[in-house]
Design a protein around this ligand. Structure first.
Ligand SMILES: *Cc1c(COP(=O)(O)O)cnc(C)c1O
Length: 353
């Protein structure tokens, strides 16, 4: 049957999400999920009716949280759908390209490939910042530039001055998409305020990380009203299931926001615990991170990743040599992980002596 599929689709390798990779264990620090499973109430009395395309109460609540007007908000099935909608709405197949800066989130390339849109890659610099001169050289036929900050998997923030330079460079030529999936862990670094000045900016947000709702599939695109109207032309008619809107509205209520703020502080403390606990091991480099995860360079990253896996401690290997990404989970998960890794290196050192 596969031979009936489009050639592009036949050639496609699906995104290897943490879930698809699998694993078996009791410590899950591979998908940057929240360790908090919060409770919600559901009213399921009107499921015979279609949902609103863009439920007003949800849009209003997120607009208030993000500090923008409701016309500047679009909600979708996770921010992953936001990525797809942007590419489908702005990129002409076989003509236009997207540009992104690896190492970064894998879905920009996969979504482009699915639609038959070319991807241009301009690697981040050694400091994991934008290589602006090279981006400018590659800008021909680029319709969308994706920038992720805090960047996944490196964890660092992209310099704000560079983002402004990129916005100036792309004016009237391309859309700049800031992926702010982790911005709730460092809200002061958001670029949402730049929407007022730049009509070709779009900001991606999600409830999957800080809000602890990865399984809900609820994300947002923030942009100027005209850009949002373009995306509304390509979105499905009923993209938001009624229970999703109900739960998301509760998460964005004053009580929900207060709970998230508290949980974010807890997760940041656990991130610091991981950094401190692993940073003292000789030969290990801990990179500064602003999301709910840290990137760590080990002397033998792949072996460490596999050894942890065999112990039921599921981490995320990364495309960066010897680097492993570890989510800041519960304190107990972080303690088990630090203890395992310290022991591992103690026994490696002992065996060498
Ligand atoms: C997790 C993640 C997303 C996807 O978020 P969903 O809203 O769950 O689709 C988008 N971008 C980055 C960088 C992420 O890490």
């Amino acid at each position: 049957m596969e031979k009936l599929a489009r050639k592009q689709v036949q050639a496609l390798t699906p995104y290897l999400s943490a879930r698809r990779i699998g694993g078996c264990g009791d410590v899950w620090l591979n998908a940057n999920e929240s360790p908090f499973a919060n409770e919600y109430t559901l009213n399921l009395n009107s499921l015979n009716r279609y949902s609103d395309c863009q439920p007003k109460e949800l849009i209003d609540a997120y607009a208030a949280y993000a500090g923008v007007n409701p016309e500047q908000v679009l909600t979708s099935r996770g921010s992953d759908e936001g990525i797809e909608l942007l590419i489908r709405a702005f990129c002409e197949v076989g003509e236009d390209a997207i540009l992104y800066c690896p190492p970064t989130y894998g879905m920009y390339a996969i979504s482009a490939e699915t639609f038959g849109v070319e991807s241009k890659k301009v690697p981040l610099t050694a400091e994991w910042q934008l290589n602006l001169p090279e981006i400018e050289r590659q800008l021909e036929n680029v319709k969308i530039v994706f920038v992720c900050s805090p960047n996944n998997p490196t964890g660092n923030l992209v310099n704000r001055d560079d983002i402004v330079t990129l916005l100036e460079m792309t004016k009237d030529r391309a859309i700049v998409v800031m992926d702010e999936a982790y911005i709730d862990f460092c809200p002061e670094a958001s670029t949402v305020d730049l929407l007022a000045q730049y009509e070709h900016l779009a900001v991606l947000r999600t409830l999957s990380k800080a809000f602890g709702l990865a399984g809900l599939r609820c994300g947002f695109t923030l942009a100027n009203a005209e850009l949002i109207q373009v995306l509304l032309k390509v979105i499905a008619p009923y993209p938001v299931p009624i229970p999703v809107a109900e739960i998301a509205i509760q998460a964005l209520s004053p009580a929900g926001l207060a709970r998230t703020k508290f949980q974010v502080l807890d997760i940041i403390t656990n991130r610091a615990y991981l950094q401190a606990g692993l940073g003292v091991i000789p030969g290990v480099t801990v990179f500064d991170g602003w999301g709910n995860y840290v990137l760590i360079e080990f002397p033998n990253g792949d072996e460490l990743f596999k050894a942890a896996w065999d112990e039921g401690i599921i981490l995320r290997n990364s495309p960066i040599a010897n680097c492993v990404r570890i989510s800041a989970g519960s304190r107990e998960e972080c303690e088990k992980t630090v203890a395992f890794i310290r022991n591992y290196y103690q026994s490696v050192t002992a065996n060498n002596n």
